[in-house]
Design a protein around this ligand. Structure first.
Ligand SMILES: Cc1cc2nc3c(=O)[nH]c(=O)nc-3n(C[C@H](O)[C@H](O)[C@H](O)COP(=O)(O)OP(=O)(O)OC[C@H]3O[C@@H](n4cnc5c(N)ncnc54)[C@H](O)[C@@H]3O)c2cc1C
Length: 470
């Protein structure tokens, strides 16, 4: 008999949920994780620290209160990395405790160390302290080892002036100037946080636009806000070299521009953490970005080995990783599984934040699906006035044929929470009529759904009337 029914490599959102789901089904489960990484990238260097840092930035700068109390309003004049780090460390500590106790309650064995395949059913675990390797066997194995920031070979990282998104959490002071290379989600989230702190940020992006998967109008609104916080965008530009200098680093662009800054943060994608796994011993291989291929049930080419979370690639989000972990464990334990829900929301914690679910205008146009747009602006809502958010907006995309909700796009305060109302209506196949007739608490931002729904209905009515009159 194997030592465990299920062994999970990695304790991030994917690994945790896989382990707990298998334990709930009565299986003997072990999780292998490096000593200081319980909770994975999510808790230690990714989602949780970055979102907590954002909250600390918003609170200490008083940015969200400035429409009401004036442009110079601040809770603290000199914001230090200690002020910011305190909140982050507090939340990380609590979250680790929660995960440890969840694993313990469900009788999941936690083995500290680095795991690697010795054969398709045997894992070697090298202890973090003495390096000695222990062997364990398992009937089923789930790989949930996540990713780490990709570091281009041509760039010399020193974790002080030339850094990646892990090292940005360990800065010794808030930089006065910062270059962010890469305007993906992580790059632009950090760019907006440092801009809010008063850092002069330059974003360099090889593509002509950023966040291409988001609604264009909303991305334009975000760019406007970031420019207002003194962010400079260099789109369509490539970095030729980053030179470390005495007091910072010089970023040289292929176009000849030179950008001196205290710090340069590279946010140039992520690499699957498969190099240490000795996948070949299990009969598996990863692609050049370290990702592992899986089927609809998250099984790899070796049927008793599963892979979930960021290590399998898109969408590489905590929420989807959790669900993949749960589904993989169900399948591994021979339980019936349902496919992952089609409608997954995307949340981008820039300042202001963005969230959406369903299709964008561009996608619907490409797919030749006729639609109408209903818009609500926070400044026309009582709650928008109360909280001092005049720029927020919610946009509904409604089918002109059967009035079904096809997409919801939100920008501004509470966007990542509000989107779930639309997701629920869409998930239940609802039409815009539901939102027109529903009564919402007043004064709330949720009311924006009703306002946008009425707007869409009115536009559709006008189009129908004018068409009939032609
Ligand atoms: C800066 C940043 C911000 C983010 N913000 C968001 C957000 O707002 N919302 C969101 O949904 N997602 C966000 N993400 C993405 C999210 O963090 C990931 O999708 C999620 O953490 C992936 O979970 P996972 O289970 O794949 O593994 P991870 O969380 O990556 O954890 C993998 C774990 O496996 C361990 N491991 C690796 N190799 C081995 C080995 N050989 N042996 C033992 N253990 C091993 C690692 O130590 C690590 O702890 C963010 C990511 C970053 C970097």
């Amino acid at each position: 008999m194997a030592d465990f029914d299920v062994v999970v490599l990695g304790s991030g959102p994917g690994g945790q949920k896989a382990a707990i789901a298998a334990a709930k089904l009565g299986r003997r489960v072990a999780v292998i994780e490096k000593r200081h990484m319980i909770g994975g990238v999510c808790i230690n260097t990714g989602t949780i620290p970055s979102k907590t840092l954002r909250e600390a930035v918003l609170y200490l700068t008083g940015l969200n209160q400035r429409e009401l109390y004036g442009a110079s309003y601040r809770v603290k004049d000199e914001i230090t990395v200690t002020d910011l780090g305190m909140r982050t460390q507090h939340v990380i500590g609590r979250e680790i405790q929660v995960i440890r106790s969840q694993l313990a309650r469900n009788h999941v064995t936690v083995l500290h160390g680095t795991g690697r395949f010795l054969d398709p059913h045997t894992i070697g675990v090298s202890g973090d302290d003495d390096g000695a390797e222990m062997k364990i066997t398992a009937d089923r194995i789930v790989i949930a080892t996540g990713t780490s920031p990709a570091r281009p070979d041509s760039v010399e990282f020193d974790d002080r002036t030339v850094i990646d998104s892990d090292a940005i959490l360990r800065l010794e002071r808030v930089p006065e100037t910062l270059v962010v290379v890469g305007a993906g989600v992580i790059g632009i989230e950090y760019a907006s946080m440092f801009a809010a702190l008063g850092t002069k940020v330059t974003v360099v992006e090889r593509r002509e636009r950023m966040l291409e998967f988001c609604d264009l109008e909303i991305v334009e609104a975000l760019k406007y806000h970031l420019r207002d916080l003194a962010v400079t965008f260099r789109f369509g530009e490539n970095v030729a070299a980053v030179e470390r200098r005495g007091s910072g680093a010089l970023t040289v662009l292929e176009s000849g521009k030179r950008i001196p800054a205290d710090c340069v943060m590279y946010s140039a994608g992520r690499q699957g953490k498969t190099a240490e796994l000795c996948l070949e011993a299990a009969g598996l291989a990863a692609d050049r970005r370290g990702r592992i291929e899986v089927d609809d049930n998250y099984a790899t080419a070796v049927p008793h080995i599963y892979a979930v979370g960021d290590v399998i690639g898109f969408p590489a989000l905590a929420a989807t990783s959790m669900e993949q972990g749960r589904v993989a464990a169900q399948h591994a334990c021979g339980e019936p599984v349902e496919e992952l829900a089609e409608l997954t929301p995307i949340g981008i914690y820039t300042i202001p934040e963005i969230s959406f679910v369903g299709k964008s205008e561009d996608e619907l146009t490409r797919e030749k699906v006729p639609f109408e747009v209903g818009v609500s602006r926070y400044r026309e809502l009582a709650r928008g006035q109360i909280i001092g958010d005049s720029y927020g907006m919610l946009k509904l995309l409604v089918s002109s044929e059967d009035r079904r909700l096809l997409g919801v796009h939100v920008f501004g305060t509470g966007a990542t929470e509000l989107v779930h109302i639309g997701q629920t209506v869409m998930g239940c196949g609802g039409t815009v009529d539901y939102l027109v007739n529903a009564v919402f608490n007043y004064p709330t931002l949720a009311e924006s759904y009703k306002v946008a729904a009425l707007d869409a209905m009115n536009k559709m009515r006008v189009v129908a009337r004018l068409t009939a009159e032609m």
